[in-house]
Every structure is written in C-alpha cells, then in structure tokens.
Design a protein around this ligand. Structure first.
Ligand SMILES: [Zn+2]
Length: 255
C-alpha cells in the first residue's frame, strides 16, 4: 500500500507542476505548450529545474539564473496536488471495491479544484470554462455510473446549489460573490448530491467566516473588504468529498 501511495504522490506532484503552467498561462492567454521559463528573467528552465518540489528546495527558493525568489505557489500546488491524489486513492480503496473510473474522475476533479482555488487567490476570478467542463464530465459520469434515482438527485442538487448562489449574487449585487461561485456551486451539487452539497456549502461559509475574522483581527483586511470565496468553496467541497459521509454520521450521532 505505502509503495503505491508514494507512486501516486509523485505522479500527483508531476500533474501539479503542469497545473502551475495552466494557472499562469490561461490567465495570460498563452499556450500551455512550450518550455517553462522564469517569471523574472524569462530564462528557459532546464529539466533539472523542473523536478516537482525537489527543485524548489534544492535551489533554495531562488531562480538558478537570476537568483530572484521563486513563488511559493509552485511547490505548494505540486505538493497539494500530490496529497489530494493520495487522498483520492485512499478514500476509494478503503471499505470499497476499487472503481478505476471513479478514481480518474476524482483525479480530474481535484486537479480542476487546485487550479480554481489558486487562480481565485492570485487573480480574484474563477476560470468558469474549466468549472463548466468539470460539471459536464461529472454529469456524464453520473449518467453512466449512478442509479437513475441518484442521478436525478445529483442534478437537482446541482441546480439547487446554483440557484442558491445566484440568489446571493443578485441580492448582494455581485459584491463578494460572482458568477464563478454560481457555477462552482452547480459543480459541487452535481458531484456530491443533496446532503453532502449542503455540508460542503456549510463548511465553506464556516471556514470563510473564521478566516475573515482572523484577517480582521490581524489587521490584514478592513471591515467591508471582500476576500475571494472560491477557495473556501473548494475546501468545503474537498472535505465533503473525502469525509462527507463520516461528518454527516458524526453530526447525526450528536443529535
Ligand atoms: Zn530567473
């Protein structure tokens, strides 16, 4: 088991390295093909500079050519993607017969979520076309692999969450939340179904409130300033995806 977890982690960091390219270049509207280069001096990076996480540590967080600092985004995205790949494998292999299609769906979803959260933190916007794509992939997966009553439930959950966030956007006139959050809500409902979608949204608001209060206390934000909500939705989504059943059972046992 440990050997496979390690292999999956390493594959995850390599995918994370690709996701970093997607994050930076989709916003600049560059092609995702072509060699990677330093953000500062534009030097083309050689393969030894591109080993996930290892190169960042080995180079002391600085570019080999111009010695200026490399953003923490790069190793963080690589390590988080590796971790989420391992979690996906672990979550699907304990207590269940292993379903390879579901595993691949999870890998695709966590990759999309890493890009969405990072782009929202960095540029305060959500790459909606990517979230749309993930919603369609999940819709197709549900259609072919879920019982028909569950399929209907997931579609209803998707529209329920989408309409909920749309109402918030309309009521607040787009301050704080945007269309990206509406589509992200739609994806969450499509993947999780009703109960776990509600859990994900609840966790997102709770996390958002905690972090907002902390930022106010630390003086990093003033009252009335907005912080991007996408990363909290992504965190709530992931928590509910991996531990939703356990969290709901825990909640019901307390009642
Ligand atoms: Zn450089």
């Amino acid at each position: 088991m440990f050997f496979w977890l390690l292999v999956i982690f390493i594959i995850g960091t390599a995918v994370g390295s690709f996701l970093n390219v997607v994050i930076d270049r989709t916003i600049r509207r560059e092609t995702i093909l072509g060699r990677s280069y330093c953000d500062h001096c534009k030097a083309t990076l050689s393969s030894i500079d591109l080993i996930p996480v290892v190169s960042f540590v080995g180079l002391g967080a600085r570019c080999r050519y111009c010695r200026r600092p490399i953003s923490w985004q790069y190793p963080a995205v690589e390590a988080v993607t590796g971790g989420l790949f391992v979690l996906s494998f672990y979550a699907l292999s304990v207590n269940n017969p292993f379903e390879i299609t579901k595993f691949l769906l999870y890998l695709f979803l966590v990759s999309v979520l890493v890009v969405v959260a990072t782009v929202d933190v960095k540029f305060s916007l959500i790459p909606t076309s990517l979230v749309f794509l993930a919603s369609f992939v999940s819709l197709f997966y549900n259609y072919f692999f879920l019982r028909s009553d569950l399929f209907v439930e997931h579609v209803f959950a998707a529209f329920g969450a989408g309409i909920f966030f749309l109402a918030i956007v309309l009521l607040t006139r787009g301050r704080g939340m945007g269309e990206g959050d509406v589509i992200l809500g739609f994806l969450i409902g499509m993947v999780l179904g009703f109960l776990e979608m509600i859990l994900a949204v609840f966790l997102a608001f709770s996390l958002g409130a905690i972090v907002a209060i902390m930022l106010l206390f630390l003086g990093k934000k003033r009252f009335g300033q907005t912080i991007p909500f996408g990363p909290f939705l992504v965190c709530g989504f992931l928590l509910s995806l991996f531990w939703g059943r356990e969290l709901i059972a825990l909640y019901l046992s307390i009642l």
